[in-house]
Design a protein around this ligand. Structure first.
Ligand code: MEV
Length: 433
């Protein structure tokens, strides 16, 4: 528990040399050497075996940067959040927004549901109502048959909980609601639906079609809330106005939600979860009312700014890549989560904080400045600066940002040649002394 005292271990963290940063991570997480090494990814990339066990025609790995979001206070606990992502400003923005909310108690979360959905389609039934009735009447038998198909899941306390028929134009769709415990559960559900297909056909007297899980898991939800007290009125109004924009306009809501998913996907990638499933579910949920909506909401209560998010979170802490990938295992350990619901809640919390960071930037200085500040490092490398020149060039580029809105590669190259020329002049001056 934090007692609202931010850990001094985060101070100056981003500017530390790599080794010292990893030393701080070891202190923050209590990690041993093996876990620290797993974070670097080397144990995996040194051997193509894992890639071969995951995909056909494996030729290697594509390395994505792994960082940690700092100052994250979730349900009263300090959480070191691993994020695998290539976009420059995401982790910096999340950390800075988390620092803002820290003295206000951070973010609180909860979950609801916990059931995933499998679908069995019955196309062109003779009588849709009769099919739905048959499903209802045979509910007990269908559930027992379903659970026999996934006996290892039922042994862990999970299994099919409810079955119902939904009438859609030209078809009935049978929904099987399954508790997949701490697994994301896609394979389990697909196996269950395909196995149950002949039983459904037998019970309904109809031929079944497509059998597959649904990625719209509005039956497995995570919620997060952040409240900042006595917020500067201009800032608070800016955030609320930015939210209203997203609430009114799906063109803006798509970008608003992309900002939330920047954080969620990065956590999911780091923990070996299926981030495409999350993307699909989040966008479908956002459009569930028939109008594409923001996944978060910001409002004022007196001088307090309150942010809330609802997110369908079909995530897992066991099974698949979460179990076989050493870096994913180390990241899950770093988060300190055991259950899928804990991981889902962290995704919602960090997604909300990331959203605040974006709205704060958009409603104040704009997004370009922060991006450019961090982009300076990329530009320095692209311009061809060597190890010694890079910090000097980055400093110069950042100075330029005080009065320029944008940094370009052309400008970075020009500054680099200025640095090199001044070095040559200095060398000549020393030589002539
Ligand atoms: C960029 O990756 C994400 C943002 O566009 C999100 C937003 O606009 O809310 C900054």
């Amino acid at each position: 528990m934090s007692g609202l005292a931010m850990s001094p271990l985060w101070e100056g963290f981003s500017r530390l040399p790599y080794r010292q940063r990893m030393g701080r991570i070891a202190e923050l997480t209590g990690f041993d050497q093996a876990s620290i090494e797993a974070l670097s990814g080397h144990p995996v990339t040194a051997d193509v075996g894992l890639a071969e066990s995951c995909v056909e025609n494996a030729i290697g790995y594509f390395a994505v940067p792994l960082g940690v979001a700092a100052y994250m206070l979730i349900d009263g606990c300090d959480v070191v959040v691993p994020m695998a992502v290539e976009e420059t400003s995401i982790i910096a923005a999340a950390s800075s927004a988390a620092k803002f909310f820290y003295p206000h108690g951070g973010v609180t979360t909860r979950t609801e549901g916990g059931l995933s959905i499998g679908q069995i389609q019955i196309p062109g039934p003779k009588d849709s109502r009769r099919v739905v009735e048959a499903i209802e009447t045979n509910q007990g038998y269908l559930l027992a048959s379903a659970n026999e198909l996934v006996s290892s899941l039922t042994a862990r306390g999970g299994g099919a909980r409810r079955i119902e028929g939904r009438i859609l134009p030209g078809m009935v769709v049978v929904h099987v609601y399954v508790d997949t415990c701490d697994a994301m559960g896609a394979n389990l559900i697909n196996q269950l639906c395909e196995g149950l297909k002949p039983v459904v056909e037998d019970v309904t007297g109809e031929e079944a079609g497509v059998c597959i899980l649904s990625n719209l898991t509005d039956t497995r939800m995570s919620y997060a809330t952040a409240r900042a007290r006595q917020v500067d009125r201009r800032l608070a109004d800016g955030i609320v106005n930015a939210y209203e924009f997203a609430a009114q306009d799906p063109y803006r809501a798509a970008t608003h939600n992309k900002g939330i998913l920047n954080a969620v996907d990065a956590i999911l990638l780091a923990t070996g979860n299926d981030w495409r499933a999350m993307e699909a579910g989040a966008h479908a949920y956002a459009a569930l009312t028939g109008h594409y909506r923001p996944l978060s909401r910001w409002r004022l209560e007196g001088d307090d700014l309150i942010g809330e998010i609802r997110l369908p979170t079909a995530v897992g802490t066991v099974g698949g890549v979460t179990t076989i990938h050493p870096t994913a295992r180390a990241c899950l350990k770093m988060l300190g989560v055991q259950t899928a619901s804990e991981l889902g809640r962290i995704c919602a919390a960090v997604g909300l904080v990331q959203n605040f960071a974006a709205l704060r930037a958009l409603s104040t200085s704009g997004i370009v400045k922060g991006h450019m500040n961090l982009h300076a490092r990329n530009l320095a490398i692209l311009a061809g600066a060597n190890q010694e020149e890079q910090p000097v060039l980055v400093e110069k580029l950042r100075e330029e940002l005080q009065h320029e809105k944008r940094l370009t590669l052309t400008r970075a190259k020009a500054l680099l040649s200025e640095i090199r020329n001044s070095e040559v002049r200095e060398e000549v001056a020393i030589g002539t002394k």
